[in-house]
Design a protein around this ligand. Structure first.
Ligand SMILES: [Zn+2]
Length: 230
């Protein structure tokens, strides 16, 4: 696995993101879509902690089990599902609030119609949808984002987009002209998010090489705010 080197330095992002409008999060039932087990924590862990602390129901839809993170490594799905459940416990989301769709990791784009049919009954009117941005520089994230847009349209609900690979494979240019908001996280929310990310052990540590989530890739998850596009 090649080490992923961010396109631009963290401080370039931080200066580009200065002065963002604060998102006044609606406290309505929320459905968070995670293409892989860890995206919910990396992309929206602070939001989930914030909503749960305010008693808002949060459902997480795990689209794949993340079995393709490392090549030639059996048993990843079983491990990552357990890690994700532990992470979500840190964010006060119980296992009964996780829906697993078991679509194939790295091949979600071949199953967009199936995903649409599976998601539609999970997104009720009056909920808000939180999904990876359809241009988040990963085929599965983009496929989930595209389907989320269709489901939101069909249900007449709002969707907020989170980012992860954009921080590493994109540049501030790509966000220019878009409606961007931030959700400031307090120390408690930030700690919950950090603890949730820490549960994804298989992505953070490798006995035999570089983990996918290097310290460099985790840097944006430590910012005291999360960024959402609408
Ligand atoms: Zn992912």
């Amino acid at each position: 696995l090649p080490t992923i080197v961010p396109e631009v330095r963290e401080d370039v992002w931080l200066s580009a993101l200065k002065g963002l409008e604060e998102w006044r999060v609606p406290h309505v039932p929320t459905v968070v879509l995670a293409p892989h087990p860890d995206d919910e924590s990396l992309g929206a862990g602070g939001l989930i902690a914030h909503l749960r602390a305010n008693g808002v129901p949060v459902t997480v839809v795990a689209v794949t089990d993340g079995e393709a993170a490392y090549a030639n490594d059996d048993g990843q799905a079983e491990l990552r599902v357990v890690e994700q459940a532990a992470a979500l416990r840190q964010l006060d989301v119980s296992e009964t609030a996780i829906t697993r769709l078991h679509l194939p990791d790295s091949d979600v784009s071949a199953h967009e119609e199936t995903l649409f049919d599976m998601l539609l009954p999970l997104v009720a009117e009056g909920t808000q949808l939180v999904a990876p941005w359809p241009r988040d520089f990963h085929p599965d994230h983009e496929a989930v984002g595209r389907v989320a847009a269709r489901v939101a349209e069909a249900r007449g609900v709002d969707v907020m987009w989170y980012l992860f690979w954009t921080w590493h494979r994109g540049t501030p240019e790509i966000l220019r002209g878009r409606s961007i908001v931030k959700l400031s996280l307090d120390q408690w929310e930030l700690a919950r998010k950090r603890d949730a990310i820490g549960c994804h052990v298989s992505q953070l540590h490798r006995g035999d090489g570089q983990p996918i989530l290097s310290e460099e890739l985790l840097a944006p998850t430590r910012w005291p705010f999360e960024v959402y596009l609408r």
